[in-house]
Design a protein around this ligand. Structure first.
Ligand code: ADP
Length: 579
């Protein structure tokens, strides 16, 4: 019994390649059927002429099994089995063992089924075709020259042979097909499990990336905030210099973290496109502000060609369009050493819709044709050796292409290696206002300079955050405003403080041990402690759509960490009614 188990495990296990397993199964069934048939033929003395060829065939089957299992020549073994049975053994048995007045035609079918299942490639079709032609020819030959065939002596022998053949061939075909289906089921289940595992692993990766970048954003807030304080308060030139370096590095790190967060959101299908009315002039102006900084840093010419006849206001996700443009313009600066970069915006109106085309052309290093398809893969950077000195993660274009896809657009690229590249996309946007860009003065969008003269000595603000250092950053950022800032390090503490004191604004951290920001707020509302005091959620969770979520549960507004002073001040002005 153990030997049988061992044999089955070695030759007919689902862990073997499927064809080899089916081959072994069929050969074993063939050998058993042959041996049984041999014994019956011999014992019943049906037709002694068949015994020797059948015995040779059994030995040949064993040899072919060896060839397939130990020499790795499965296709050859299968072709040899089918050919020797179909072209030698069965024609011989047909002529000597009763022609069509025997079970032989049934065995012909078995070889055809064997060939179809076991042989691969062109050889399969050739062998099957030749088998069919040969089988038909044998039947015609038997019809034309009955005198050349040996027949059984009597109908009982014929009936016996046909019955025996149908029995064995039937068992063979049924077991082969059932076995193959069983193997398919196993393979299908395994593939399904593999897909599920891969999906789970991918989700785990996305969740890990999202939570990791979320966790990093919080300490980054401290670094950026404290560094800003150093810049503001230090009079020593070298200290300010150092802190500017820290600021640049921190901003770069933050942009990488934001990319990873975006990437994981896209991967897990949580990236939303948030549409609203926007002014393309402001969008372009923001992009140009960024390009201007890059131009100053690199000295590369930056030319802007804007079709002034396009309408000004649209409905769409301007933040994401801006993010795409900033990505491809920063790349143009990164991968261009000399020459110029041209940024073009043009549009074609179709009634209420505008087909806007944004294009960035550079005279940079270009992309090899064979590298083009790798361009949008995540974490892939081309020509790592030459580009080693250029900062990047290989995520920018992947994010850009995915965002454009979410907005029903497509990032396109034309490039000549060594000469330069053009990245462009066309996006359809609903026109909100047909006033053309050229209808108004182009440079009336002057960004307000930050004025730090905002003070509110009478204002009382409570900040709730479990991190002491975050509370310190918050307080230090607002030092000059003379606002009275109380702090609480947990939701529970905040509730106690708010029971006894009224504030003008409460800033509440989202993630806190014990009661988190949402739970604390719910308690404050349930127990009517907070009244209509504006409550602002502080969160490192920069996912779009969060604002709507927080406002839906009753928060007045929300502010993302790391806190930018200008935004914080804007919020204070707004909710202290000082705008
Ligand atoms: P990275 O952070 O490496 O810049 P991206 O996803 O933005 O990642 O770009 C992927 C790769 O595509 C880059 O590493 C670079 O090899 C190539 N690439 C992107 N933009 C350009 C360009 N304008 N010219 C030449 N190569 C580019």
């Amino acid at each position: 019994m153990n030997k049988i188990k061992e044999f089955t495990k070695r030759y007919i296990s689902a862990d073997l390649p499927m064809r080899l397993c089916v081959f072994n199964m069929m050969t074993v069934v063939g050998v058993i059927a042959g041996v049984v048939s041999l014994i019956t033929t011999y014992m019943m003395k049906i037709n002694n002429g068949q015994v020797i060829p059948m015995a040779v065939a059994m030995l040949a089957l064993i040899f072919f099994m060896y060839l397939a299992n130990y020499k790795g020549r499965l296709n050859l073994a299968a072709a040899l089995i089918c050919s020797s049975m179909g072209f030698v053994l069965f024609p011989e048995m047909f002529i000597k063992g009763g022609g069509i007045y025997s079970g032989m035609p049934v065995w012909f079918m078995l070889v055809i089924v064997f060939s179809a299942i076991l042989i691969e490639g062109k050889l399969k079709y050739i062998i099957i075709l030749v088998l069919i032609i040969e089988d038909c020819s044998l039947i015609i030959f038997a019809y034309l020259h009955p005198e050349r065939l040996n027949y059984f002596n009597g109908d009982d022998m014929v009936f016996m042979d046909v019955a025996q053949s149908i029995f064995f061939v039937g068992v063979c075909i049924a077991s082969i097909i059932s076995f193959q289906l069983y193997m398919y089921d196993i393979a299908y289940k395994r593939a399904e499990e593999a897909v599920k595992e891969a999906e789970a692993a991918n989700m785990a990766k996305s969740d890990f990336l999202a939570s990791m970048s979320h966790e990093i954003r919080t300490p980054m807030g401290v670094i950026i905030g404290m560094n800003e304080m150093i810049q503001r308060e230090s009079n020593q030139e070298n200290i300010v210099d150092y802190s500017e370096d820290v600021s640049r590095a921190a901003k770069l790190l933050l942009s990488i973290i934001n990319d990873i967060l975006d990437f994981s959101k896209i991967e897990s299908g949580k990236m939303n496109i948030v549409e609203s009315d926007y002014d393309i002039k402001l969008l372009i102006s923001d992009v140009l502000d960024m390009a201007k900084i890059k131009q100053e840093q690199t000295g590369i010419d930056f030319e802007v060609k804007i079709d002034e006849s396009i309408p000004r206001k649209y409905y769409g996700d301007d933040l994401r369009i801006k993010q795409c443009l900033i990505n491809i313009i920063s790349n143009a600066f990164k991968y261009t050493e000399k020459g110029k970069i041209v940024f073009e915006v043009s549009g074609v109106s179709t009634g209420e819709q505008e087909s806007l085309t944004f294009s960035v052309t550079d005279t940079g290093i270009g992309i090899k044709p064979e590298d083009k398809e790798k361009l949008f893969e995540s974490f892939v950077r081309l020509d790592e050796v030459h580009n080693r000195g250029i900062q990047g993660t290989g995520l920018g274009l992947n994010i850009t292409a995915s965002l454009l896809c979410l907005m029903n657009s497509e990032l396109k690229v034309e490039s000549e290696f060594g000469k330069g590249s053009r990245f462009y996309f066309t996006i359809n946007q609903q026109i909100i206002d047909h006033t053309k860009l050229c209808d108004e003065e182009t440079d009336n969008h002057v960004k307000e300079e930050y004025v730090s003269e905002f003070t509110a000595p009478d204002a009382q603000v409570l900040v709730v955050d479990d991190s002491k250092i975050n509370l310190k950053v918050f307080k230090t950022l607002l030092k000059r405003t003379q606002i009275t800032i109380d702090t609480a390090q947990s939701g529970e503490e905040a509730i106690e403080i708010l029971r006894n004191k009224q504030y003008d604004i409460v800033f509440m951290d989202h993630m806190m041990p014990g009661l988190d920001g949402e739970e604390t707020f719910k308690k404050l509302v349930e127990e009517s402690i907070i009244g209509d005091t504006p409550t602002i959620m502080l969160t490192a969770n920069a996912i779009l759509g969060m604002r709507e979520h927080f406002i839906e549960i009753g928060f007045t507004d929300y502010l993302t960490k790391p806190i930018e002073y200008i935004k914080l001040e804007e919020m204070l002005r707004k909710y202290l009614h000082m705008m």
